[in-house]
Design a protein around this ligand. Structure first.
Ligand code: AMP
Length: 430
């Protein structure tokens, strides 16, 4: 089915063509006609399936009609998304798809000065893309007028609920007109998502694209079983292969991201990092530089796992295996996007084998085990290590302490090993 079959305005079709889209993705094919008819919609779709265009194109179509009727004034659509990065990405997509339309949009998110965003709002915008937190601040300050609003989109609804945005979402929705179209996109259909839909959607149509716990078919997935202290060196070895062009490496903690970045830099890898303790400016720059190919590697926490679209990520590497199978699917969804081939590689030390097992059960498949030829999987202490430095303690002292505790004897102070005196009688004995 070509895009032209949807009945979208010509300006939108031109922009879609310019973006290089030849045919709609399945989520677009199924959502766009329902949204154009005015239905509420719950779409359960994996990341990277083209869901942004699925809701943005019909909204733009509506704005374009209003413009033609000279009725285009006031904020007509609100899109809520969980993270600043996703808000910016959606806003960028709107700018692309709406490049031939006279629409004004505002991207509202925290972590940056309010004034610039308020200035944009004061000029009047037709479409707002926002994270719930900052939008709530503006609502409290009575900076927003949602009377003309027609469409509300909740993007990555499951993620917003996970992040604790429910109270903000409830308050925001209570400030919107009751008569509106509500579209909800979510990677999973949990009980919480279902309850949100029941409360705020009106006789919604529902579509589900793919299995909720599957990664896209365009991603090949494998596992390297490797000891924790060898994960860094193994990563460096893999990165030497020419096919590792644009590599997104996931770690669990911000500290881990900092340590791994330093380790890779020391190994001459072009690497940048993204986690929540960095400023918004640093986060945007890291993402942009990675997108522009300035860096081969972006080390990130799960903050980047959802929704974020980076063209041509060749590999996603779970340097730390995700605790939650859903996070696995989201991380892996950063590669193999828009029908390109991608590779997802997980480093799994013994201690994480149980997590791997749970993820495999959820995925319904056993992931292929791989070994890098020539890599020493039994190396003792590579230096320096990308893993956490061992806690500063003297294991001999600790053993003595534990033994003393067992026998309830006081701990003997650490003394240097006595120089072994050879018994005189044995000297020279042959
Ligand atoms: P999304 O799931 O909305 O983040 O989209 C994932 C990627 O697919 C983005 O890079 C889009 O530009 C791209 N995309 C969306 N729709 C299409 C389409 N119909 N044909 C080709 N690429 C698309």
């Amino acid at each position: 089915m070509p895009f032209s079959k949807f009945g979208l305005e010509t300006e939108i079709l031109q922009a879609v063509e310019k973006a290089g889209y030849t045919r709609p993705t399945p989520v677009q094919e199924r959502s766009i006609p329902m949204v154009m008819k005015g239905h509420d919609l719950i779409a359960i779709a994996q990341t990277g399936t083209g869901k942004t265009a699925a809701f943005v194109l019909p909204i733009l179509h509506r704005l374009s009609l209003l413009n033609r009727e000279r009725e285009l004034h006031g904020t007509r659509a609100l899109i809520l998304a969980p993270t600043r990065e996703l808000v910016l990405q959606i806003a960028e997509n709107i700018a692309i798809y709406g490049q031939h339309l006279p629409i004004r949009i505002a991207a509202i998110y925290g972590g940056v000065d309010e004034e610039a965003q308020l200035k944009t709002l004061r000029k009047g915008v037709h479409l707002i893309v926002a994270t719930p937190g900052r939008l709530m601040d503006f609502l409290d300050q009575q900076k927003l007028d949602f009377h003309p609003l027609e469409t509300l989109v909740l993007d990555e609804a499951d993620r917003m609920l996970h992040m604790g945005f429910l109270p903000d979402i409830e308050k925001i929705i209570s400030a919107l007109p009751q008569r509106r179209q509500t579209l909800m996109f979510s990677a999973t259909f949990s009980k919480e998502v279902e309850s949100l839909a029941r409360r705020f959607l009106n006789q919604p149509k529902m579509i589900q694209i793919g299995n909720r716990s599957e990664a896209a078919d365009t991603v090949s997935q494998c596992v390297y079983e490797v000891q924790p202290h060898l994960k860094g060196p193994l990563l460096v070895e893999l990165l030497k292969q020419p096919k590792f062009k644009r590599v997104l490496v996931f770690v669990r903690m911000k500290d881990g991201a900092n340590r791994l970045t330093d380790f890779l830099r020391a190994a001459q890898v072009k690497v940048t990092k993204l986690h929540s303790s960095r400023t918004q400016e640093q986060r945007q720059k890291a993402l942009q530089d990675f997108k522009d190919g300035i860096y081969q590697v972006l080390v990130a926490t799960d903050i980047v796992a959802r929704g974020i679209d980076i063209d041509g990520v060749t590999q996603v590497i779970n340097f730390d295996f995700p605790v939650n199978p859903e996070d696995y699917v989201h991380r892996v969804g950063r590669t193999g996007r828009a029908e390109h081939q991608g590779e997802a590689i997980s480093f799994v030390p013994k201690g994480d084998l149980n997590l791997l097992g749970i993820t495999e059960l959820t995925l319904g498949q056993r992931l292929v085990r791989k070994k890098l030829r020539g890599f020493d999987y039994f190396a003792k202490s590579p230096a320096p290590s990308a893993e956490a430095p061992p806690a500063k303690r003297d294991w001999r002292k600790r053993t003595r302490e534990m033994e003393a505790k067992k026998s309830e004897k006081p701990v003997a102070p650490k003394t240097p090993w006595p120089k072994a005196k050879k018994p005189p009688g044995k000297r020279g004995k042959k």
